[in-house]
Design a protein around this ligand. Structure first.
Ligand SMILES: NC(=O)c1ccc[n+]([C@@H]2O[C@H](COP(=O)([O-])OP(=O)(O)OC[C@H]3O[C@@H](n4cnc5c(N)ncnc54)[C@H](OP(=O)(O)O)[C@@H]3O)[C@@H](O)[C@H]2O)c1
Length: 280
């Protein structure tokens, strides 16, 4: 173990990351490089058992709200977790960290929420300390905003189509705050384990979020939820499950995660300062 930032001893062993090529995974790898732990970045075809055997922690990020056919929600969000749990057998892994979504439940009708909920339940019984972060929508910095923001950035015509009424309330969480929470959960033996919502500190209407992301200079058009669900069956970039998630509120309980991990989550205006001021 080693000490860092005056926060006590951290695990120094290797950290294995599934889904490392994604928006969160690339930022996590970059940030972990500053800690001195060996980082093992894993893709679809890598040997998980070999990567886990002497690792201190596993961060399971593989999963998606938009599986590419023929992959399904179960393939992406549940089978990948089953493979991770199998590969933990006989390994030295102390902690497993998993990114889920607010409202995930094994009883949900929505296949994304259901498979995330089923995966959470499996992980809970895997016999290791497990930290589950149920994130709201995640957004990145202007240089790498991620799919949520990219989908609502206006083109030359300064027009954006918003799924649903635009009145859905969201508490988007900054990617680097998610990364910070994951690192504390993975490396700090003193942090709690369990399930934690991880929303951002600002609750905004989707329309206001879109305005902020576009510096206010944007015309909003809305695709009614029912029409969006119909379109999802005929549009490759949409699924009914994705539409349901996007037209619904995306909020969570921030109190427990702040208490357990002492996070200082960024406000939208901290990251998109000019844009937020222009949109006000
Ligand atoms: N972004 C959000 O707003 C948000 C919110 C809550 C929870 N989450 C969860 O957080 C995790 C990371 O999110 P992200 O934004 O970094 O996602 P991302 O950019 O879409 O990356 C997803 C990663 O999962 C891998 N993956 C997808 N389907 C897979 C499959 N069937 N088998 C194996 N690997 C698969 C991808 O691998 P390839 O590169 O090979 O495709 C990629 O490395 C995901 O599990 C996501 O569900 C995200």
């Amino acid at each position: 173990m080693t000490s860092r930032r005056g926060e006590g001893a951290l695990w120094t062993g290797p950290v294995a990351i599934t889904g490392a090529s994604g928006h969160v995974g690339t930022a996590l790898q970059r940030c972990l490089n500053g800690y001195g732990n060996e980082v093992r970045s894993l893709g679809r075809r890598d040997d998980l058992a070999a990567a886990f055997h002497d690792a201190a922690a596993v961060v399971h990020l593989a999963g998606t709200l938009r599986p590419e056919p023929p992959s399904t929600y179960a393939d992406a969000n549940l089978r990948t977790v089953e493979r991770t749990i199998e590969a933990l057998e006989g390994s030295s892994v102390e902690r497993v960290v998993f990114l889920s979504y607010v409202g995930a439940s094994a009883r949900a009708g929505n296949a994304y929420l259901r498979t995330k909920g089923e995966a959470e339940d499996l992980l809970y019984r895997c016999g290791r300390d497990v930290v589950i972060f149920r994130c709201s929508h995640i957004y990145g910095p202007p240089s790498d905003p991620g799919s949520l923001v990219s989908a609502v950035l206006a083109g030359e015509q300064r027009r954006v189509w918003v799924l649903g009424s635009g009145r859905q309330r969201i508490a988007p969480v900054y990617r680097e705050d998610v990364v910070e929470a994951v690192i504390r959960a993975a490396l700090d033996p003193g942090t709690y384990h369990g399930r934690f919502d991880l929303p951002g500190p600002d609750v905004v209407r989707m329309d206001d979020f879109v305005r902020i992301m576009n510096g206010g200079r944007v015309t909003l058009r809305h695709v009614p939820s029912r029409l969006a669900r119909t379109l999802a069956h005929a549009t490759a970039s949409l699924t009914p499950e994705l539409v349901d998630v996007m037209v619904s509120d995306s909020l969570g309980d921030e109190v427990r995660v702040d208490r357990a991990f002492a996070l200082e989550r960024h406000h939208l205006g901290d990251i998109y300062a000019g844009a937020a001021a222009a949109a006000a």
